[in-house]
Design a protein around this ligand. Structure first.
Ligand code: NAD
Ligand code: UDP
Ligand code: UDP
Length: 328
């Protein structure tokens, strides 16, 4: 039987102030456990929630270790999915030095581990490596337009360095590696108050608060449903190609268009409130996924208007508990 280790983060209680919702890893674990893998989750619970994986507690094929990847660790596994890193701008800016240590020292440790045990290593990089892109849509061959000294640099330069380390271990130590560049992903189990735009809009609409659109709302993002991403990550891990691969949904929306989808899905009367935008916010982002289509046979299947209601059901339960019908 194949033994796989999913290394990522769960989450601390979101009430803690630093709490987030690392949510991608928990969906990945569900798929790996379902196909019979033994999975070890390594997470410092900075932004994850134990609730996301609690349904696996008691399964002999599942183990969770509270550990910070900035420290070395000894394990024996066949595959390492390296997801550990806060993903929301609010969270990665909270302690930028810690974020870059996680991306650089944390990735180095995971690569050192993979080298020692001969495991295959998959890095979850990001569309942020393209910065504020001058090429649109973004192809993997584009090198990006990144501010090295800005407030987002701990994350985007951190991930760029993580990619460099990954390729250097591949070339220098013959390590089997895979690199995914993930575009904005949403779905159930996202942290409700992590500050990302989809979670903000959905929570705001459900709570009858105004939707906060930053800047003029004309900036674009491309939103991918989490099950599509997990399918892409697993195909990448099992396939023959190193990457990097863009994993994202090419459906591109302005933030005002996203607000309209949220209004149509939850509350047509939800008001929009404009707020000052954050520094260095990328103006547009849309993946070219030709390479993933051709080499992984992968493309996303779930459109925003179909995926959003699934996330809304989850958020409604978590925000209102059993009184969800009263809240609609
Ligand atoms: P998340 O914040 O929900 O999950 C990250 C997890 O990493 C959390 O459980 C957190 O506790 C853990 N973690 C953080 N620092 C750690 C450390 N030093 N040691 C051990 N664990 C640590 O984020 P997510 O959305 O699930 O993202 C998962 C990965 O995918 C991240 O690497 C992120 O950069 C990447 N990614 C996500 C998106 C997206 O839209 N969700 C987009 C691009 C890239
Ligand atoms: N490492 C780890 N677990 C292991 C092997 C290595 O955490 O099973 C860490 C190790 O502590 C080091 C990093 O990975 O900080 C890089 O290891 P490598 O062997 O590549 O480099 P070196 O230790 O020679 O600098
Ligand atoms: N954004 C917004 N309202 C919010 C949160 C974010 O308009 O309440 C905007 C933000 O300025 C950015 C886009 O939505 O242009 C995506 O932001 P997010 O933090 O979700 O992800 P990232 O910037 O990492 O793509």
């Amino acid at each position: 039987m194949l033994v796989a280790a999913a290394i990522f983060c769960l989450a601390a209680p979101s009430g803690s102030g630093s709490g987030t919702a690392g949510f991608v890893g928990s969906h990945l674990v569900d798929r790996l456990v379902a196909r019979g893998d033994s999975v070890i989750v390594v997470d410092n619970l900075f932004t994850g929630r134990k609730e996301n994986v609690m349904h696996h507690f008691g399964n002999p094929n599942f183990e969770m270790i509270r550990h910070d990847v900035v420290e070395p660790i000894l394990l024996e596994v066949d595959q390492i999915y390296h997801l550990a890193c806060p993903a929301s701008p609010v969270h990665y800016k909270y302690n930028p030095v810690k974020t870059i240590k996680t991306n650089v020292v944390g990735t180095l440790n995971m690569l050192g581990l993979a080298k020692r045990i001969g495991a295959r290593f998959l890095l979850t990089s990001t569309s942020e490596v393209y910065g504020d892109p001058l090429q649109h849509p973004q192809v993997e061959t584009y090198w990006g337009n990144v501010n090295p000294i800005g407030v987002r640099s701990c994350y985007d330069e951190g991930k760029r360095t993580a990619e460099t380390l990954t390729m250097d271990y591949h070339r220098g130590a013959n390590l089997e590696v895979r690199i995914a560049r993930i575009f904005n992903t949403y779905g159930p189990r996202m942290c409700i108050d992590d500050g990302r735009v989809v979670s903000n809009f959905v929570a705001q609409a459900l709570r009858k608060e105004p939707l906060t659109v930053y800047g003029d709302g004309k900036q674009t993002r491309s939103f991918q449903y989490v099950s599509d991403l997990v399918e892409g990550l697993m195909r990448l891990m099992e396939g023959d190609h190193i990457g990097p691969f863009n994993l994202g949904n090419p459906g591109e929306f302005t933030m005002l268009e996203l607000a309209k989808v949220v209004q149509d899905t939850i509350d047509p009367n939800a008001r929009i409130e404009f707020r000052e935008n954050t520094q260095d916010d990328p103006h547009k982002r849309k993946p070219d996924i030709t390479k993933a289509k051709e080499q992984l046979g992968w493309e996303p299947k779930i459109a925003l208007r179909d995926g959003l209601p699934l996330m809304v059901t989850d958020f409604r339960k978590r925000i209102f508990g059993d009184q969800d019908s009263a809240a609609t």
